[in-house]
Design a protein around this ligand. Structure first.
Ligand SMILES: [Zn+2]
Length: 169
């Protein structure tokens, strides 16, 4: 084998290993379908969305199915507890997300594709490529407010409390 060929082979092996490098989602189906789950999905570039999956008290059933759907919404405003926009219906057995007439999103909108991707893996093989993260929302260790931003989740302290406590930005 020539040296060039060898390097080519090594490069393709490297690429292959990179593709195989996966992270296991630590959260269970029970979390996502618990009826009041808030979680943040982050990509390697640091972009993220925060979703909420709820099971309302009065919920229509899927046609011809016995499962009671849950509802997914996207955090679109400043209030981590309340600023959510309805996204679609979730089948709690399969994790499949469907748009409904009330949904403001389309099949092509990124939030829809991201939650679909996240739930597919969370309820399936639970393996996602390295650099992607799915974290459940946590509460600030100082004031108890709900945290959704990846940086705050890692710290366990919200940005306001963090600066009051003298933490570096
Ligand atoms: Zn706080």
């Amino acid at each position: 084998m020539s040296l060039t060929r060898l390097f080519e082979a090594l490069a393709s092996i490297k690429q292959y290993v990179k593709l195989l490098s996966m992270t296991t989602i630590q959260l269970d189906k029970q979390f996502f379908m618990g009826g009041n789950a808030t979680f943040t999905v982050q990509n390697p570039q640091g972009e993220y969305y925060t979703f909420k999956i709820c099971q309302p008290n009065k919920s229509p059933r899927f046609r011809g199915q016995s499962v009671i759907p849950h509802f997914a919404s996207l955090l679109t405003g400043p209030d981590n507890e309340n600023s959510y926009t309805y996204l679609g219906m979730v089948n709690p057995e399969t994790g499949d997300v469907k748009l409904t007439r009330q949904s403001r999103y389309t099949e092509n909108s990124k939030p829809f594709q991201v939650i679909r991707w996240a739930l597919k893996h969370a309820l399936g093989d639970r393996q996602i490529p390295d650099g992607y993260q799915i974290n459940h929302a946590g509460h600030c260790g100082r004031c108890g407010r709900l945290l959704t931003v990846p940086e705050s989740l890692t710290r366990g302290i919200g940005p306001e409390c963090w600066s009051k406590m003298g933490g570096a930005a």
